[in-house]
Design a protein around this ligand. Structure first.
Ligand code: DAH
Length: 353
């Protein structure tokens, strides 16, 4: 039986011919789709042209087989190399527009999303700036406070309704621990989330001798049912000035300068008599904005009991204090109608500031 054998020359020529065609096809590919089609044509595992030539290896004369196998491997490597370099060329070209016929340089680009500061943070930054310019130094205090700093030292008596457990977030951790080991807790100074930033007045005066001129800005907590003007967490700004001969006139001047700096222009302010345990006399301050009087916060002359509690001599120094709601200031300025918008973190709202 005679078997048709393929001469080695022809086998090698076929390989060369195919390598030339494959290189031309890979080099000419303009898109990854083009390149992929060429890859399938030449390197396809089942019907690729390299595979077809490889099959004809069987009909090569036995003596020529080693040489043919070597040629086949060399061609295979050359084709693979041509394919890889074309692939790299297209991948590199993808970042530049010129190679992609679908690239339209006249289309608008995609704008990266850039975040912005929360309106409350913006308000806080601005208030810090204004108070700094008025000569007040920033002071901080803990959000987890004790009864002494939140109430007692501020002259708020044990029976005062402000201490009601239903109006405060008392922390029961210490009690729970005592209960679990069957011990009685003699704790007359329970912990709570501070309900006012007036606590910082005490913390500062405990560690600083007069004169004092500080402000504090931070979160306070009260278990209020949320509505348009209430939220269980909000921010207050507290101001305190203690020195010789500080009077109500100084307080009014600072509040007026503050309102003018924050709201701009000559904003009228007024003070009305009020009551707070830690000030005597106490006032409520309002400013005139948008055709009406808007409540701004509480203030007054620091009660001598408070000065005594921190070791100051009420005969030698006097002081004023005030406390304002930060959300209210932010809402007035930006015409925000519901405090809950500030804390639901809807970017459609937040992006507007
Ligand atoms: N701490 C008061 C409150 O939470 C606000 C306040 C009133 C602060 C009078 C003061 C003040 O410093 O003098 O409602």
């Amino acid at each position: 039986m005679s078997v048709t054998t393929m001469p080695l020359d022809q086998f090698v020529n076929d390989l060369k011919q195919m390598l030339t065609e494959a290189s031309t096809a890979f080099d000419g590919a303009q898109t990854t789709d083009d390149l992929d089609a060429a890859r399938i044509e030449f390197l396809g595992a089942k019907k690729g042209r390299l595979k077809a030539i490889q099959k004809s290896l069987g009909s090569i004369d036995k003596a020529d087989k080693p040489a043919a196998g070597k040629e086949l491997n060399a061609t295979k490597n050359a084709i693979n190399a041509a394919f890889e370099s074309a692939k790299e060329r297209l991948a590199g070209g993808a970042s530049g527009p010129s190679n992609d016929p679908n690239f339209d340089p006249t289309l608008p680009g995609q704008r990266p999303l850039i975040g912005n500061l929360h309106p409350i943070t913006q308000t806080i930054n601005e208030l810090k700036d204004i108070m700094g310019r008025l000569g007040f130094t920033h002071a901080e205090g803990p959000e987890i406070e004790d009864d002494y700093h939140n109430f007692k030292a501020l002259n708020i008596p044990t029976s005062h309704p402000a201490r009601d457990p239903l109006d405060n977030f008392y922390l029961h951790t210490a009690q729970a621990q005592a209960d679990s080991i069957g011990k009685e807790l003699h704790n007359d100074n329970p912990l709570l989330l501070r309900s006012q930033t007036s606590t910082v007045q005490i913390r500062v005066m405990e560690t600083t001798k007069p004169p004092v001129r500080i402000f504090s800005l931070g979160r306070v907590y009260r278990p209020d049912t949320p509505d348009w003007s209430h939220y269980p967490m909000f921010h207050q700004m507290e101001g305190l000035m203690v020195d010789e001969n500080v009077t109500l006139a100084d307080l009014k001047t600072v509040l007026k300068l503050f309102a003018q700096s924050y709201l701009g222009g000559d904003v009228p302010i007024r003070i009305r008599p009020s009551f707070f345990p830690f000030t005597e006399p106490s006032v409520e301050a309002d400013y005139f904005w948008d055709g009406k009087w808007v409540e701004f916060g509480g203030a007054g002359i620091v009660d001598p009991n408070v000065l005594s509690a921190v070791g100051y001599d009420p005969e030698a120094v006097t002081g004023f204090a005030f406390g304002l709601g930060v959300e209210r200031l932010c809402m007035i300025r930006h015409q925000i109608t519901d405090i809950r918008y500030l804390f639901t973190n809807d970017v459609r709202f937040l992006r507007q500031f």
